[in-house]
Structures are given as structure tokens and as C-alpha cells.
Design a protein around this ligand. Sequence first.
Ligand code: IMP
Ligand code: MG
Length: 192
Amino acid sequence: MTEVASVLFGREDIRRRVQELGRTITGDYVGREPVLVTVLRGGAMFLADLMRAIDLSLEPHFMAISRYDGAGESMGRVGIVLDLDVDLSGRHVLLVEDIVDTGFTSRYLLSMLRARGAASLEICTLLDRSARRIVPVTPRYIGFDLPDRFVVGYGLDFQERYRNLPDILQVDDLAALSQDPDVLLPLLAGAA
Ligand code: IMP
Ligand code: MG
């Protein structure tokens, strides 16, 4: 193993929590055929597991956004790279996200989805790092609360690596990972 990162939520913890979320959402959305809107690429793995844990008729839809982390004027600016091709008017929309961090992304997505006439709109996020919130956003469904640590795996990346790790790892030495983004690649061998 390596001291750069360690398992925070293992695959079995994730599986159990996603099943619980699915049951709760099933109860809350009975009779409503929700539209699950997922943000690529980080949310794809969560969506795939979550939708199978919801025992209702539902529609999964996808979008992709760009996000500029730069300081100053562009701080938190978000743009659409791939748009939805579904009419949301009158639909019950559940925004499925990998992680809500500062809240800039969620705020943008919520206002965009609201403007398209959704009958209801809630967020389901796998991870909630509320300690870093800048914009007030309150997800209705939360998988896990997250300490102020960078995480990778189960959809979450560092420079597009590690999305396919089956567990969620917290990065204990971000300086080492920044210096060598491939340093955790050995974890992929035998991860399954
Ligand atoms: P927000 O706009 O600051 O809430 O950022 C949300 C987005 O930032 C997520 O959808 C992720 O793509 C990315 N992100 C935030 N924290 C992490 C992390 O710890 N690991 C990987 N990606 C992250
Ligand atoms: Mg990312």
C-alpha cells in the first residue's frame, strides 16, 4: 500500500449506503416517475448504482459541464458542454451529483433546471463536503458527509485518473499526488 491515500469509504460501505438512499427515494417519489439528471463524468458510477436501487419507473439523463476553478472573476463559473435533450416542464427532477463542495456547480445547475419548468427539484449527492461550502446549497439526499480532504475513486478523479477505483480514497498527501499524478496507479492493479 501507499501512504499517499487511504480508503475512506470502502465498496461495501458504498453499496449499503446507496441501497438505503434508493429505498428512501423510492418511498418519496412513489407515483412521480422522476427524471434523474446526472453530471458527467463524476456522477456516472453513482447514478448507475443508485438507479438500480430505486424501484420506480424513472428516466436517467446526462449532462456535462465545465467549471473554472481560477480565482478572481472566473471563480466558480460554470458552463454547459453537453446539454440535456429532455423536456423538464412538469417533471420531478432529482439532480444526482458525485460531490457538493463549494456549491458553485450545484447552484448553477439548480437555477438552470428550475428555469426549465421542473415541477420539483432536489439534489442527491453521494458526498457532501459542507465545511468548504461558499454558496448555500442543501442537498435533500446525502450519501456521506466528507471531511475536508480531497478524495478519488468511485467516479471521482484527480486529473482524470482513478475514477474506476471501486472504493473512495482520501488523499493524505496531496503534495505527493500533485507532484506525480500517477503515484496511485498501482492501486488499480488488483482493485477489483
Ligand atoms: P463545487 O462546485 O465546488 O461544489 O465542486 C463540485 C465538483 O468539483 C465535483 O462535481 C467534482 O467534479 C469536483 N470535486 C470537488 N471535490 C473533489 C474531490 O475531493 N475529488 C474529486 N473531485 C472533486
Ligand atoms: Mg474532476
